[in-house]
Design a protein around this ligand. Sequence first.
Ligand SMILES: C[S@@+](CC[C@H](N)C(=O)[O-])C[C@H]1O[C@@H](n2cnc3c(N)ncnc32)[C@H](O)[C@@H]1O
Length: 323
Amino acid sequence: MDKRRDKLNKKCSNLKLNNKEIKNLEFSKSEKSIQNCYSTWGKRYYSDYYQSNKAYPPVHTEIIKELLKAENPNSLLDGGCGPASMLRDLSDLGIDLYGFDLTTEMINEAKNIFKEIKLPLNRLWQGSVLNADDFISSPDGKKNFDAAICFGVLPHILKGQEEIVFDNFINVLNSGSIFAIEARNELFSLFSLNRYSKDFFMDKLISENLYTSSEFNYEFVSKTLDNYFDSNLPPLRKGYENELGYDEVTSRLHNPFELCELAKSKGLVDLEILFYHYHALPPLFENKENKKLYREKSLDIENPRDWRGHFLASAFILKGRKV
Ligand SMILES: C[S@@+](CC[C@H](N)C(=O)[O-])C[C@H]1O[C@@H](n2cnc3c(N)ncnc32)[C@H](O)[C@@H]1O
């Protein structure tokens, strides 16, 4: 990431661009690679991640359903809705459903699904959660919502841009409405014992200042930790065809404590962190033979409000309410 920024900075200084223009360039480059990554997933995303036996069951949909049932909103906006993967499963709640997504192929598939389940197509459009105007571009003219969700998008947002995402969602929510945003849990790195653990130790827990000392320099600490964590796992995810894979584009983890602070600073109240996709044991225990049992035991301990979720769950939903 830093190397990429250096390269971009060099290019930009030749072009005499200021910092804001550099950021915008970095931004649009990142969005293009994300669109490229998702361009071939439109048709298969739902069957791969919501229906396949290979994927962990979509426990997050149930959590959202419960939240929505308790709130009973008239309208819901899903920013980064993909192929209406969540929206189609929420269509029995009697809520007016709206969604937009960055990737053309995702929105095309979402429209196919809305057509199939007889929902209005003018409640879907293409847009980015980083662009405030896209939130008020629903073809049917709707500009304010009673609830909003954002799933699978935050990992693709560059560091420091989360604030824009929160501002944009909060701006279009009516007061008293809830916002639920999903992130991959950085703290799970303390349980996973793999390359995520090493990165978390190296980049988040150990002070940068330490690496300037000769005894504990970066290479030494890195090599030593390699003896304790399997830095080759999990394998990097590649694209299906010629497009970029999930781990080849921005795909970040987030710290629930930090995200909660951000939500607080944006004035959200009734904050809750809801954990999901638990792991009964560190992932290195899972293999072809015991996959089913590992899955069953992990599903057994799913509990969005268990403190263990901070470490055992690989994802969380931050829920807050606009005052
Ligand atoms: C992991 S998929 C999740 C899809 C859906 N929300 C779900 O949970 O099933 C991520 C989606 O986010 C979209 N996306 C990525 N960056 C985005 C952005 N800046 N604005 C809107 N959508 C974005 C991608 O195109 C992709 O469809």
